[in-house]
Design a protein around this ligand. Sequence first.
Ligand code: HEM
Length: 184
Amino acid sequence: MLASNLFHVGIIGIFMGHFVGMLMPHSWFLALGVSDVSHQYLAVYAGGVFGLMCLAGAAMLFLRRISEPRVKATSRKRDTFVIGWIMVTVTLGLTTVFVSMGHASHGDVSQMLALADYVKSIATLSVDPSLIAGVSPIFKIHMLFGMSVFLIFPFTRLVHVWSVPITYLGRAYQIVRVKKGYMN
Ligand code: HEM
């Protein structure tokens, strides 16, 4: 339960942060009184906390999937693989925090704005790779892994994200009971 909660709060926080942080128009941030440097620090701190939660939860879920016999027996290789892929992605994301921190401390927001424009160009189907020609390679590697998650996850158990109707948001939390006398 701890692993699941850490992972889900972490990854949903990151998703919301990426969505708002990179897709919300730049002028809206300024209209709300959020300066570019504050935006960058917000991404670093909030993303750092949610990223660490996501990584810790994913690592625990990964270990459970490879070591718990019942879970192992009902897992396909791709289910284990996608958790591993997310762990690599979030680790790369957390590595970008150190680079972003360096930029923010120098008041340099140019790479953050270029990255946001690039992600907007993808979302509007007018992809312009030249926008990120000058950004640090760590961002590019992270985005390669991050975007690959969207290709891989529909073929794994993570497809539950798209379960329709979306009842899992309203239904009671699944109760996980330890079988009496079960040893592992
Ligand atoms: C499972 C998917 C993903 C995970 C777990 C993840 C995780 C993270 C984390 C923890 C950070 C550092 C904190 C932050 O700045 O928010 C980060 C930064 C970043 N991520 Fe992701 N990410 C994912 C997918 C993506 C995708 C699909 C893109 C873009 C196409 C992307 C673009 C970025 C960028 C540009 C930054 C740096 C933001 C900045 O500091 O200016 N990420 N990511």
